[in-house]
Design a binder for this molecule. Structure first.
Ligand code: AMP
Length: 632
C-alpha cells in the first residue's frame, strides 16, 4: 500500500463520519442527512440517515444544466447493426416517458418492477424510470431460464414486468417473450402487466390479451408527461438483485439509495478515475451487478458517457472492443478475465490495430485473474490493467488499487489492497484470529459494511444475518466465503471459495442449484456437482449422477442420450450458463460414513489432484469410479 493511499484508507476506518461526509458531497441531496451512520442494530447499518435523494435525479436531472447536450449513453449493437447516442437531455426525455408508462400502470414508491431484458436502451430507461418513481427494480439476467425467472418473480412480487420480444447473441435470436410466458405460467404471484419492447426480432411472439402491453404504444400515449422525482430517505431500497449461494434458493441482495449513490460517485473518482465528460465502456450485462454499477449508475451519476454494448467480443471481428475504444475515446474500461482470455486466443494484430491513446486503465473483475492473462493484457495494451475483487453483495470493489488516490504498482494475479471503507481482515477458520502474512485465511469484513453494500436480504432480515454473519461464533463478521492470502508487501490474492459456489465465466452459480436441476431428470437418483478448472471460463460444472434404472443407460448410445437429456434439464431450469460440461453416470457417490458428500475429494480427482484425507470414506470404490469416469 502506498503512503498516500494508506492514509486515505486509515481515515476511512478511523474517522468514518468525516470520511463519508466528504464523499457524500459528490452527489446531490434534496435534504441533507442528519447522521452519517446509524449502527444501533448490528449488523444492519443505515447510511446518511434522514437525508433525501434519488438515483435518477443524480444520474440525469442534475446534469441537464451543464451537460444536457453531452452524450450520456451510446448504444452499440453489433448484433443488429445499430449505433445510437442519447444526450443527457434525450435520456431524460426517454426516462420520463418510461416512468410515465410505469406510473400509468400503477407503479409507485416501493413497488417492484421486474426487468428481463437484453442489452437495449429501453432496459436502462426502465431501471432509471423505476429509480425516478421510487420503485424497486429487480433485473434478471436474460440468460436465466423460465424456472429461475419464476423463482425471482415469486420472491420479489413485482407489479409489472418489462421485457422484450427477443435478444440476440452471436447472430442468433433468443426469444425472451416465450421464456417469460413459461415463467408466468409456473409463477405463483405473476405480475398483472407485462410491458414488451418489440424489436421486431420474433415474429411469432405470443401475446396475452389484457396482460401484455406494447411499450411503443404506451410510450406514445404518455409523451410529454412530467414525472417528478420521488425523493427517498437514504436507506430506502433502490433495487434487488438476486445472487446464488450454497442453498438452492437465490438471495435477493437489497440495496439502499443514498449509500449506493455515494459509493458509486466515490468509486468513480477514487478507483476508476472517471471524470465528467469522459467515456466509460463496461463489457458486462445489466443483469449482473457490474452492469448495474458501472454501465448504469456510476458513470451517469458522475456525468460520463456510458457505452451500452450488445454483442460478443469477437464479432464482427476480435478488434471490436478496441474499435469502440478508438471511436468513442474511451477513458475507462471495465471487463472480465474470461472476455480477455477469449481475445488472447485471437490474432494479436487486433490488439494493435486501433488508437487506444484515450484509455487510462482497464479494470477486470468477477473471477480470478490468472497471472499470464494479467501480464499478457498489460503488455498487449501498454496500459495498467487493474484486477479488483468484489461481489454482488458489495456493489463495488472490496479489494482494489485506487489510482484516483494514488497510482500504486500492480502485482500480476493480485487485486491489490482493501478498498477504503472496508475494515477487511483475513481470519483463521478455526478461531477467527487474524492470519499472518503469507498465511491463508477467510476474507472477512468487520461490520458495518460501507455505503453501497447490501443492506439486507429482500424480505428476510434473518437470512442476511445467518448467511453472511454466522461463519464465526465468537465474532460478528461478514464472510465473503473466499479464501485469501496477503503477502509481505500487503498485496492480497484470492484463493477460491470456502463454500460450494462456483464461478463460470464470472457468473456465480450454486452447485446445489445445478444439482436440483439435474435431479429433475426422472432417472436421476442422486447427484454431485463440482466446479473444475477450465482454461477459458475459469471453472465449469461437472455432474456425477447415480441413476435409478441402469437399464436405461446400458449402451453407449443411450448413455449419451441421457447425458443430453440431463443437460437439457439444466438448460430449462437455470439456463445454458449452468449446463455441466459433462454428466458422468456412476453407481455410487463418495460419502463419509455419516452420509456427507465428499465434494472436495470429487473435485480434486476431477482436476487430477490428490483427493486428500479419505479416512472417513465409506466406500472406496465410489471414488475409483469418479477417477475412471473423468478419464472418458
Ligand atoms: P459475483 O457476486 O457473481 O460477482 O461473484 C463474486 C465472487 O466472484 C467472489 O466472491 C469471488 O469468489 C469471485 N471474484 C470476483 N472478483 C474476483 C477477483 N478479482 N479475483 C478473484 N475472484 C473474484
Amino acid at each position: 500500500m502506498g503512503k498516500k493511499y494508506e492514509q486515505f484508507y486509515r481515515r476511512s476506518i478511523e474517522d468514518r463520519d468525516g470520511f463519508w461526509t466528504e464523499q457524500a458531497a459528490l452527489i446531490d441531496w434534496h435534504k441533507p442527512f442528519d447522521q452519517v451512520l446509524e449502527y444501533e442494530n448490528p449488523p444492519f447499518a443505515r447510511w446518511f440517515v434522514g437525508g433525501e435523494t434519488n438515483l435518477c435525479h443524480n444520474a440525469i436531472d442534475r446534469h441537464l444544466g451543464e451537460r444536457g447536450d453531452q452524450k450520456a449513453m451510446v448504444y452499440i449493437s453489433t448484433e443488429t447493426g445499430t449505433e445510437q447516442a442519447y444526450t443527457y437531455a434525450e435520456l431524460h426525455k426517454e426516462v420520463m416517458r418510461c416512468a410515465a408508462v410505469l406510473r400509468g400502470l400503477g407503479v409507485g414508491k416501493g413497488d417492484r418492477v421486474l426487468i428481463y431484458m437484453p442489452m437495449i436502451p429501453e432496459a436502462i430507461f426502465a431501471m432509471l424510470a423505476c429509480a425516478r418513481l421510487g420503485a424497486i427494480h429487480s433485473v434478471v439476467f436474460g440468460g436465466f431460464a423460465p424456472a429461475s425467472l419464476a423463482l425471482r418473480i415469486d420472491d420479489a412480487g413485482p407489479k409489472v414486468m418489462v421485457t422484450a420480444d427477443a435478444g440476440m447473441r452471436a447472430g442468433r435470436v433468443i426469444p425472451y417473450k416465450h421464456l417469460v410466458d413459461e415463467a408466468m405460467s409456473v409463477a405463483k404471484t405473476p405480475p398483472e402487466k407485462v410491458v414488451i419492447v418489440n424489436r421486431g426480432l420474433d415474429k411469432d411472439m405470443p401475446l396475452t390479451k389484457g396482460r401484455d402491453l406494447d411499450y411503443a404504444r404506451l410510450a406514445a400515449e404518455h409523451e410529454g408527461e412530467d414525472v417528478p422525482v420521488t425523493w427517498l430517505e437514504s436507506s430506502e431500497p433502490s433495487y434487488i438483485l438476486y445472487t446464488s449461494g450454497t442453498t438452492g434458493k437465490p438471495k435477493g441482495v437489497q440495496r439502499d439509495t443514498g449509500g449506493y449513490a455515494v459509493a458509486m460517485a466515490a468509486s468513480m473518482k477514487n478507483i476508476y478515475c472517471g471524470n465528467a465528460g469522459e467515456t466509460m465502456f463496461t463489457t458486462s450485462d445489466i443483469g449482473w451487478v457490474v452492469g448495474h454499477s458501472y454501465i448504469v449508475y456510476a458513470p451517469l451519476i458522475c456525468g460520463l458517457t456510458t457505452i451500452v454494448y450488445e454483442g460478443v467480443p469477437v464479432r464482427p471481428d476480435p478488434g471490436i472492443w478496441w474499435k469502440i475504444v478508438q471511436d468513442y475515446q474511451v477513458g475507462v474500461m471495465f471487463s472480465s478475465p474470461t472476455g480477455v482470455r477469449v481475445l488472447k486466443k485471437q490474432d494479436p494484430e487486433y490488439m494493435t490495430k486501433y488508437d487506444l491513446s484515450s484509455l487510462k486503465h482497464v479494470f477486470l473483475a468477477g473471477e480470478p485473474l490468472d497471472e499470464p492473462t494479467h501480464s499478457w493484457l498489460t503488455e498487449a495494451l501498454g496500459k495498467p490493467v487493474i484486477d479488483h475483487y468484489w461481489q454482488t453483495e458489495t456493489g463495488w470493489p472490496i479489494l482494489t488499487s485506487a489510482p484516483g488516490v494514488e497510482e500504486t504498482p500492480v502485482k500480476f494475479g493480485s487485486p491489490s489492497f482493501p478498498a477504503y471503507g472496508y475494515d477487511l481482515k483475513l481470519l483463521r477458520e478455526a478461531d477467527a484470529s487474524e492470519a499472518d502474512a503469507d498465511e491463508k485465511g477467510v476474507v472477512a469484513i468487520i461490520p458495518p459494511l460501507p455505503p453501497g453494500c447490501m443492506t439486507t436480504v429482500w424480505g428476510d432480515d434473518e437470512r442476511f444475518v445467518t448467511t453472511y454473519f454466522s461463519t464465526f461464533t465468537t465474532k460478528l463478521v461478514y464472510s465473503t466465503f473466499d479464501w485469501g492470502i496477503r503477502d509481505k508487501d500487503g498485496y492480497y490474492f484470492i484463493l477460491g471459495r470456502t463454500d460450494d459456489v462456483i464461478n463460470v465465466a464470472g457468473h456465480r452459480l450454486g452447485t446445489r442449484e445445478i444439482e436440483e436441476a439435474v435431479q429433475a431428470h426422472p432417472n436421476v437418483a442422486e447427484v454431485a456437482v463440482v466446479g473444475v478448472n477450465d482454461q477459458l471460463k475459469g471453472q465449469m460444472p461437472l455432474a456425477f449422477a447415480v441413476v435409478k434404472d441402469s437399464a436405461q443407460i446400458s449402451s453407449e448410445e443411450t448413455k449419451v442420450a441421457q447425458e443430453k437429456e440431463v443437460m437439457a434439464k439444466v438448460d430449462a431450469q437455470l439456463g445454458a450458463i449452468a449446463r455441466p460440461r459433462r454428466v458422468y453416470f456412476v453407481s455410487a457417490l463418495p460419502k463419509t460414513r455419516s452420509g456427507k458428500l465428499l465434494r472436495r475429494s470429487i473435485q480434486a480427482l476431477a482436476e487430477g489432484r490428490d483427493p486428500g484425507d479419505l479416512t472417513t470414506l465409506e466406500d472406496p470404490a465410489a471414488l475409483e469410479q469418479i477417477q475412471e469416469a473423468v478419464k472418458t
